[in-house]
Design a protein around this ligand. Structure first.
Ligand code: IPE
Ligand code: IPE
Ligand code: MG
Length: 233
């Protein structure tokens, strides 16, 4: 779906810097990830308060499997714990949740927890969290093409590709915020970010404050999104 020029329907976060946050404190990287989850919950509630309809969180990329086995295992355990133990966080706050990513390669426990939280929050439509987990932008485009090929589709249009991406039915991100002062997309929403605004914040993810998000929104609303056109006089 196309983005709206004046509105902000979908805000997205590349939550980067958990490891550095821990390292600065001489703590194991895992502690940074635990802090990262707490920060993500704070951010979700803040976005809900702002009345933004969709928030996506880049939680684990397909390239993150390259990390040390103990870090990967910790992250898998952390997501499972979050989905199981923080389940009430989503239900009590009436927050819908939807997994965006490759289901293959994820454990049955994680898949079951995802299915449960998705089903139990499906009627909460004020805000939906897109949990971008075991995802990469190139993977997403490839799986879309594979499904279109399997269905024998011809004359594939740009909109058709959007319909087969894992984000089908959700608006493209209007604004993507990345923390930790890293100026790259790291195989995130490659197709969906065609006209997203980018804001890079020079703070590690666990150090992010809600006023940093408010500041980013001020910048976003002052920007002139032209989508290739010419600024209105
Ligand atoms: C982001 O923090 C979380 C994940 C990618 C899972 P990092 O773990 O990338 O933290 P840094 O970039 O090493 O500091
Ligand atoms: C991007 O962060 C992925 C997530 C935040 C989940 P990375 O830390 O994996 O990105 P690179 O390796 O610095 O590009
Ligand atoms: Mg990183």
């Amino acid at each position: 779906m196309k983005s709206d020029v004046k509105q902000l329907n979908h805000i997205s976060f590349i939550m980067d810097g958990n490891g550095r946050w821990a390292k600065k404190r001489f703590l194991p990287r895992s502690m940074g990830h635990s802090e990262g989850v707490a920060k993500a919950k704070e951010v979700i509630l803040h976005i809900k308060k702002l009345g933004i309809r969709y928030v996506s969180l880049y939680t684990f990329s397909k390239e993150n499997w390259k990390r040390a086995q103990d870090e990967v295992s910790f992250l898998m355990g952390l997501i499972l714990k979050h989905l199981r133990e923080d389940f009430n966080f989503y239900v009590e706050n009436k927050i819908g949740i939807k997994h965006i990513g490759d289901r293959s390669g994820l454990s049955d426990d994680i898949l079951k927890a995802i299915d449960k939280v998705e089903a139990d929050t499906k009627d909460f439509t004020d805000i939906t969290v897109l949990l971008v987990f075991n995802y990469s932008g190139k993977y997403d485009i490839a799986q879309a093409y594979n499904r279109m090929a399997a269905e024998g589709l011809k004359d594939i249009t740009e909109d058709k590709i959007s319909d087969y991406l894992l984000t089908a039915g959700y608006p493209d991100p209007d604004l993507i915020i990345r923390t930790s002062n890293e100026f790259r997309i790291s195989n995130y929403f490659l197709y969906q970010a065609a006209y997203s605004e980018f804001i890079i914040i020079d703070k590690l993810w666990p150090d992010l404050q809600m006023k940093d998000i408010d500041g980013a929104l001020d910048i976003y609303f002052k920007r002139d999104r032209r989508f290739g056109g010419v600024k209105d006089e």
